[in-house]
Design a protein around this ligand. Structure first.
Ligand SMILES: Nc1ncnc2c1ncn2[C@@H]1O[C@H](COP(=O)(O)OP(=O)(O)OP(=O)(O)O)[C@@H](O)[C@H]1O
Length: 775
């Protein structure tokens, strides 16, 4: 009968013959009734007939050299078919879909050399690829069949997609030569071990619902992008670490118990989607945050989108950036402090235009900063005193309690924290370190600037406080020498030395990534050299170097420069004078407006400022001046303090204020600020700009020259300095690394040693001081 039908097709339309031709319908009409009956009977028995074929073909296309028009696709889903041998004659088919039938035998496919896509899913086929290989066969779906054994598929080298889900394969074999295979699915089989995939270029692999206990044999699947290993018995993610193109891993319903397993996929930077639902690991505390933290590139975890908030909180929880740690540290101490009856720390109160001056030497342990701090305080004892921190570590040989540190027990340290004593604390090397408000206040009460040393974390913390110290980084650039020095101290274990050495990078990175974070960077390899540089830098801050320079230099050059800029020398404003009269002796000496350095400087500023002002700048200056005036007469302290909170006062703006606002001197309450302003003349951070450039450790030795050298090399040191100071970038803001002068210690801070009961003349919002609360 089959034969007959084909022949009928053939004779009726030779161009289309049995191959599902365009003339199928008229041909069907040509069949006699009895033949139709017979055909229907056959279909009932699951035998595919030409009639049925003719009604299910699609995709008309050309075929053969004669360019016949033939249908290329045949789709016969759910027809209860068990015999499709009629298809032997449909040699031109490119796509054959016969899913959801009862087919056992696919040998007809041997006659379809052009077949590209074959879907024989949901049938009863047990013979794996039981037909001659069509040479272009690319996609095969044999899912939901009865296959048990794979065989060599080297003859099917065009295969790119192979779906073998829901069979009974126990082993993966025979795919070695399928070098074009990119998608392989063997879900819901009985595979207990991954093998035979080594040489493939798979991008998608599913082994869902097998009996796998470990991930193996995937090491070389470097092209893999999507992997489904759900519903197995896998306990570890080991075995995935080399699959760098993986973007999605499904491990739902396995036996993974440890969050740490995620470390195996930590380096898969393209991984976006991970599913660990139904694993015991879900029970772990903070499971989701931990996984989000370990795999920071994920966008979907357990079928749920990873939110930016989750990412931030995971990082803040498990590896908080230094800013966050510092902010927490600051908050803790602030809260504890606020919980105590308030004490007035008048000597260190931030005034509106100049904070209490502090010098912080920072750098890795044992880089010499402590000794440098001591020596600086000794040699510049009229300016600085050492701020003694507290520590819970025991004293080294020769250390004195109260001088090197206040050595306290951990219990006392904790108690002090709760009593709100500290401004910042930091754990280091298993001990606690902290700087108390009292330590600074003790120094401030003497009318001196406080000099302390601390690790980087302490610096971050202090940056949150209302103090605005100058931070000087002392950094070893010769690592071996530094190591040797640490060893020779005989105080540290190798592990401690390693930690100290590793932190050099931390400092260098901070300097590189945060321009302006440190006010100066000084190599600490040679202690004496470091000290001389430090001293020079500090003198620059104090304007002592400038003054010395002025005194030493015969002034023709200088004078000529100054006079060339100087249209007419203006006398210092009355406010400046009144301010200068109220200075402490050393400060007054430094900044006496009658002093030539001040005059020159002042004149230069005028010259520098005048020609450059545009209308917007002038308006801005006028606004600031107005605010200052209002603040001084008590109209708008809030705005005033806000104005300077984020941008500490530098000399030029002070000078402008003085210049424009002669009324300063009329308000006695503004004496301090006037004095401060008068003191705030620029120093030479600009001249030391080489030292404040982001640090490249390797180049540091080269890049850093002594300030003196730089001054020599700089043809216009003063001009540059001025430019740096007067330019808007001299305000402290991201990217600015110019904070040139140590602020003055205003008059009145040299109060007697006993705690001062005097209320602040201008309470600071940050100080939160209440006279009534004072004890
Ligand atoms: N309050 C503080 N906050 C942060 N770090 C601090 C503080 N006080 C001290 N440190 C730093 O803690 C580190 C350990 O201090 P310690 O005195 O035990 O070290 P050291 O071996 O004597 O080295 P160094 O000579 O650098 O002080 C040092 O780098 C020190 O500067």
């Amino acid at each position: 009968m089959k034969e007959t039908t084909s022949q009928q097709f053939s004779s009726a339309s030779p161009s289309c013959c049995p191959q599902g031709s365009v003339a199928d319908a008229p041909l069907a009409e040509a069949l006699s009734c009895s033949e139709l009956e017979e055909s229907r009977e056959m279909e009932k028995n699951g035998v595919l007939t030409a009639e049925l074929v003719s009604s299910c073909v699609t995709q008309l296309g050309r075929f053969g050299t004669g360019l016949q028009h033939l249908y290329h696709h045949l789709s016969l889903p759910s027809h209860n078919l068990c015999d499709i041998s009629v298809l032997c004659k449909y040699v031109h088919l490119q796509k054959l879909e016969v899913p959801h039938n009862k087919i056992k035998d696919l040998s007809c496919v041997s006659n379809m050399p052009y077949l590209v896509i074959l879907d024989a899913s949901h049938n009863e086929i047990s013979n794996f690829f039981g037909f001659q290989p069509p040479k272009n066969l690319k996609e095969v779906n044999f899912s939901h069949n009865r296959m048990t054994k794979m065989k060599d598929l080297s003859a099917y080298s065009s295969l790119s997609k192979l779906d073998l889900d829901y069979n009974s394969f126990k082993e993966i074999i025979g795919l070695e030569q399928c070098c074009k295979l990119t998608h392989l699915s063997l879900a819901n089989n009985k595979i207990s071990r991954i093998s035979g995939l080594d040489s493939l270029l798979l991008t998608h692999l599913s082994l869902r619902g097998n009996q796998l206990e470990r991930i193996e044999g995937l090491e070389n699947l470097r092209s893999l992008q999507v992997l489904d290993l759900s519903l197995n018995r896998i306990t570890s993610l080991s075995g995935l670490q080399n699959l760098h193109l993986l973007g999605s891993i499904n491990l739902e319903k396995n036996l993974i118990t440890e969050i740490q397993e995620c470390k195996h996929i930590h380096d898969l930077l393209l991984l976006r989607d991970l599913n660990l639902l139904g694993n015991p690991v879900q029970e772990q505390q903070d499971y989701r945050l931990s996984v989000v933290f370990l795999l920071q590139h994920l966008t979907v975890l357990d079928q749920e989108k990873v939110t930016p908030e989750e990412k931030v909180s995971s990082v803040n929880k498990y590896d908080p950036p230094m800013d966050v740690v510092a902010a927490r540290n600051h908050m803790t101490h602030l809260v504890y402090q606020l919980m105590q009856p308030q004490i007035l720390y008048d000597s260190t109160l931030p005034s509106a235009d100049s904070p209490y001056p502090m010098l912080v030497l920072t750098g890795p342990q044992g880089c010499g900063k402590r000794e440098l701090a001591h020596r600086l305080c000794q040699e510049l004892s009229e300016y600085f005193a050492y701020g003694t921190c507290h520590t819970t570590r025991g004293p080294y040989f020769g250390e004195e309690n109260g001088i090197d540190y206040h050595f306290v027990s951990e219990e006392d340290f904790q108690h002090m924290i709760h009593m709100g004593k500290f401004i910042q604390t930091m754990p280091y090397g298993g001990h606690s370190y902290g700087l108390t408000r009292d330590a600074i206040e003790d120094v401030a009460r003497e009318g001196l600037a406080c000099c302390v040393h601390m690790e980087l974390e302490g610096v971050f913390s202090l940056k949150n406080s209302y103090f605005e110290p100058r931070f000087i980084l002392l950094i070893p650039t010769q690592v071996e020498k530094y190591k040797g020095h640490l060893k020779s101290r005989g105080l540290y274990t190798p592990a401690q030395i390693d930690i100290a050495v590793s932190r050099i990078e931390l400092y260098a990175n901070t300097n590189r990534q945060r321009p302006g974070f440190f006010d100066n960077v000084i190599p600490s390899d040679d202690w004496e050299e470091a000290y001389q540089t430090l001293k020079q830098v500090v003198k620059e801050y104090l304007l002592l170097a400038d003054q010395e320079g002025e005194n030493n230099r015969a002034s023709p050059d200088n004078t000529s420069t100054a006079s060339s800029h100087e249209p007419e020398e203006k006398p210092p404003s009355p406010s400046s004078r009144s301010g200068s009269r109220t200075l402490t002796s050393h400060s007054a000496k430094t900044l006496d407006p009658s002093d030539s350095s001040y005059r020159n400087y002042f004149t230069k500023i005028q010259a520098e400022l005048s020609p450059q002002k545009n209308t917007a700048e002038l308006a801005s200056i006028r606004r600031r001046e107005q605010l200052v005036r209002e603040a001084i007469v008590g109209k708008s302290p809030g705005v005033y303090s806000q104005l300077f909170k984020s941008s500490p006062q530098t000399a030029p703006s002070s000078l402008q204020h003085h210049d424009a606002g002669t009324h300063f001197s009329e308000d006695s309450s503004s004496d301090e600020s006037c004095a401060s302003s008068a003191l705030s003349v620029p120093s030479s951070a600009g001249a030391l700009s080489g030292l404040v450039e982001p640090l490249d450790i390797s180049l540091l030795g080269h890049a850093l020259e002594t300030p003196k050298d730089q001054n020599h090399n700089d043809p216009h040191p003063d001009t540059d300095r001025l430019a740096a100071v007067v330019s808007p970038s001299s305000d402290r803001r991201p990217g600015s690394n110019i904070k040139p002068v140590l602020p003055p210690i205003p008059t009145g801070r040299k109060t007697p040693a006993a705690p001062s009961p005097a209320p602040s003349p201008r309470p600071s919002p940050k100080a939160a001081v209440t006279e009534g609360d004072k004890r």
